[in-house]
Design a binder for this molecule. Structure first.
Ligand code: COA
Length: 260
């Protein structure tokens, strides 16, 4: 499939998506959001892809937000559609049954910060900057920022970012748990690919069940979560990978997972 604003490379069971509008700092216009929806729909059904990475083109920006030229034209009705569409696409990313890792290589502002928040793991380069600057434009985050940021870093810290519109550095993002790890920019993609390779080497059914179980904590109580974990644990013990993983350990060899 050909995309106008994203690049897709598939190699070693890993799909690398690059948001590719560098002259607009990879701002998410309607076309890019549509393409993200399409690419994630195709990845969902591609059993050869185990892991997804998202980054931005160039050295300056991951994604500098929704496209402000398009935002400027919104009225009440179209704004609701705009926000619901973005939320649907980002929710599809968040609920994908394969790990999605953001490699944040520069500005992650507004919709860019929200895109990173919808991913399961966030790696960043030292020059990355995070922010929800919507109040500077007289609006509020509309692609899930108020909800995911508050859940990830706590509501007081989220409110400080959202109410001031200030950017924070990668170092600060690391300190408050907004990103998992920070690397020099030249190493970011290599380190992210290393992580993808490590996860790809495991039994993918276990990876999928683990992802499902952990992501369930977004919606359910501890009691329900423990019951859910027990059910998934039971199911995963019915897989060939479980037999192979445990036998390989006992036979002191590397497991040869089938990944079906
Ligand atoms: N939407 C549309 N275009 C954007 C954009 C966005 N969110 N962010 C950057 N661009 C465009 C600029 O308009 C400029 O285009 P031009 O060369 O045609 O004039 C180009 O990208 C480069 O950006 P510029 O502002 O010149 O770079 P800078 O290094 O001076 O500043 C930022 C970088 C990120 C601080 C600044 O671009 C910015 O504040 N962007 C908007 C961030 C934002 O508010 N995002 C949330 C939207 S809800």
């Amino acid at each position: 499939m050909n995309y106008e604003n994203i690049l897709l490379e598939i190699k070693n069971h890993t799909a690398l998506i690059t948001i590719n509008r560098p002259d607009k700092l990879n701002a998410l216009n309607g076309q890019t959001i549509n393409e993200l929806e399409e690419v994630f729909e195709s990845i969902k059904h591609n059993s050869e892809i185990f892991i997804v990475l998202i980054t931005g083109s160039g050295e300056k920006a991951f994604v500098a937000g929704a496209d402000i030229a398009e935002l400027n034209k919104l009225d009440i009705m179209s704004a609701k559609e705009f926000s619901e569409k973005g939320n649907r696409v980002f929710r599809a990313i968040e609920t994908l049954d394969k790990p999605v890792i953001a490699a944040v290589n520069g500005f992650a502002l507004g919709g860019g910060c929200e895109l990173a928040l919808a991913c399961h793991i966030r790696f960043a380069s030292e020059n990355a900057k995070f922010g929800q600057p919507e109040v500077n434009l007289g609006i509020i985050p509309g692609y899930g920022g108020t909800q995911r940021l508050a859940r990830l870093i706590n509501s007081a810290r989220a409110l400080e970012m959202i109410l001031t519109g200030d950017m924070i550095s990668a170092e600060e993002a690391l300190r408050i748990g907004l990103v998992n790890k920070v690397f020099p920019q030249a190493d970011l993609i290599i380190k992210t690919l290393d992580l993808a390779e490590k996860i790809s080497s495991k039994g993918q059914q276990a990876i999928r069940f683990a992802l499902k179980a952990v992501k369930a904590t977004d919606n359910i109580s501890l009691t329900e979560g423990l019951a859910y974990e027990a059910s998934l644990f039971a199911l995963v013990c019915g897989t060939e990978d479980f037999k192979e993983g445990t036998i390989a350990f006992l036979e002191k060899r590397k497991p040869a997972f089938k990944n079906r």
